[in-house]
Design a protein around this ligand. Sequence first.
Ligand code: NAP
Length: 290
Amino acid sequence: MSDVTVIGLGEMGSALAAAFVRGGHRTTVWNRSGGKAERLILAGALPAEGAAAAVAASPIIVICVSDYPATRAILQSEGMADALAGRTIVQLSTGTPKEARDLDGWVTKLGAAYLDGGIVAWPRQIGEAGTTILVSGDETTFRRNEKLLRTLAGNLTYMGVEIGRSSVLFTALLSYLAMHWVGFCQGALVCEAEGVDVASFGSMVGDLAPILGIDSRNMGDLIANERFANPESTLKTAGTDIGRLVQHAAEAGISAEVPRFAAAIFRRAIDAGHGAEEHAAIIKVMRPAA
Ligand code: NAP
């Protein structure tokens, strides 16, 4: 038996397997298409003949493939039912909370334990002390495997017994990052159109990171407690400023798609009578109608 198996050797799976090997763990690796295991095998990883053999090789199997349907396809392949019994599956592919709950039910019915996780890092950060991986599921199973999984991320964080919880937080974070990436590129467009170095914009945002962190904590607190009254700066002020981004886009000849999208949400909140409240009160017009 090896200590751990990694299934899926794309960008992220390869980084996970390499971290286990570096950490001195006997690591079995398997990937659907050939070639991706070679570098890892040279570094000391052990090859497996097929997916079922890879599962049978270790007590704990970390899966990191494109999505949950891919994980299902692997776990439904030939010989898998026998191999799975008594194993622990750690799903680190990205999915939705429902997919996590469904897979948990399916895997545990086959006699395996299941943990579900979300990787909040780039592949190059795997194995570092400050790297975060969120994991949820049965606590005894998590504690039994905690030391091994910490090889991947110093900030391995147990999210609780509800199997979908890691995915909920990961999905929320990705929703935030989606707008961060789109927003950053819109800012870069502004710089390009106005002849300002985009790298200096990146540095400025980087320097602001602590302030953005404080703002995130504050927004979480305001929304969780429905405290939108008496703002330092009103939703209407922010909405007017964001509306001006649409004007600037026209002046600079760049796409107004992103500012128009953001301005429309603020406009709806102002029209609904929330102009004198905190910026975070835009959530009131984003929530599903009661
Ligand atoms: P990737 O480089 O595109 O690799 C995808 C992997 O999935 C490959 O090993 C591929 O196998 C395998 N795969 C896809 N469909 C399959 C199927 N039907 N059966 C068997 N294997 C299948 O992607 P990645 O960057 O490693 O990402 C993997 C997961 O990590 C994703 O869920 C992603 O969201 C998550 N993640 C990635 C990052 C990142 O920065 N890369 C960060 C956080 C989370 P083949 O080689 O045979 O195609």
